[in-house]
Design a protein around this ligand. Sequence first.
Ligand SMILES: NC(=O)c1ccc[n+]([C@@H]2O[C@H](COP(=O)([O-])OP(=O)(O)OC[C@H]3O[C@@H](n4cnc5c(N)ncnc54)[C@H](O)[C@@H]3O)[C@@H](O)[C@H]2O)c1
Ligand SMILES: O=C(O)[C@H](O)CO
Length: 318
Amino acid sequence: MSTCFITQPIHPEAVRFLHEQGLRTRFATMPTMEAVIAEVGDAEAVITRDLGFSAEAVAAAPALRIIACHGSGTNRIAVAAAARRGIPVTRAVDANSRSVAEMTIALMLAGARRICPADAAVRQGNWGFRYEGAGTELHRKTLALVGFGAIARHVAQIAGHGLGMKVVAWSPSVPDDVFAAHGVVRVACIEDLLVQADVLSLHRPASVSGQPLLDAKHLELLPGHAIIVNTSRGSAIDTRALTEMLKAGRLGAAALDVLPQEPPLPDEAALSCPGMTLTPHMGATTEEALIRMAMMCAHQIMDCLGGRVPAHIVSPPA
Ligand SMILES: NC(=O)c1ccc[n+]([C@@H]2O[C@H](COP(=O)([O-])OP(=O)(O)OC[C@H]3O[C@@H](n4cnc5c(N)ncnc54)[C@H](O)[C@@H]3O)[C@@H](O)[C@H]2O)c1
Ligand SMILES: O=C(O)[C@H](O)CO
């Protein structure tokens, strides 16, 4: 009987499905890479969440035939090391995109309407925040998207149709007709995107180098009232520069679901920055997305172990 090793809890429906298909499941005892390396053993399949799966973990799993990523971003998985052993890494394409898009819209609105400071004010007895806390409408404002994949397309649809925003996007590898089909204006370079952003939202994968795509120089191109939302990866933006600009009143607001270090250290500057809304990387944490991600992993594993090519194999970095 083959074993599927699971690094962190997943939806029980997928565990049940794997058992019905004749697989044994084994969970890591701790959500650490050390535990994963020590415990992966003879597993033929792995499901991993944000913990990822390091090259050492690949080396510690001699019988491994597939690594299924329970999510979209595979930046913490040693895809190249797996590829050298002929082990496919799959990802859960489009399984959480609607949930992350809805979270993105929630964070945009939280920034525009100052929801967190307003909540704090009411609890502190400051009903007068009603007069001090004027926000801004999103209707007819420009939403600028970095990356135009699965999540960004949902965000564009909700913001364009639901909120009446003008949506522009920069994503060099996406064909023209995809932008047109979503009623989104294609922008040729990141600089052109930034200068027109009333709201800027990031939706591209982490770079292989880990270098931020948006550094301090980029952030200075943004209008002083801009709202920045990041639900992609903490490394996509220079969070320290963003925090400094926000503290200096050179940006409107920011809302981050992701941070460069997760969980953050107590001295993370974003934690004490006024105007900053923070959530603990939970864009994909909905019942619906959790089921879809786990079931997609389970099907990819059954396909692979059954001799079929699983869907959504990630290409190793060039
Ligand atoms: N907060 C969360 O819980 C959460 C959940 C899902 C995904 N994410 C993050 O969001 C990212 C996007 O997810 P998705 O499902 O939309 O992915 P996707 O693969 O559907 O889309 C990614 C988009 O980025 C573009 N892109 C890739 N490299 C780029 C580059 N160097 N410059 C500009 N654009 C580039 C791609 O062409 C594509 O349009 C993921 O990689 C992940 O990091 C976060
Ligand atoms: O990339 C993703 O799907 C989310 O960040 C959850 O890991």
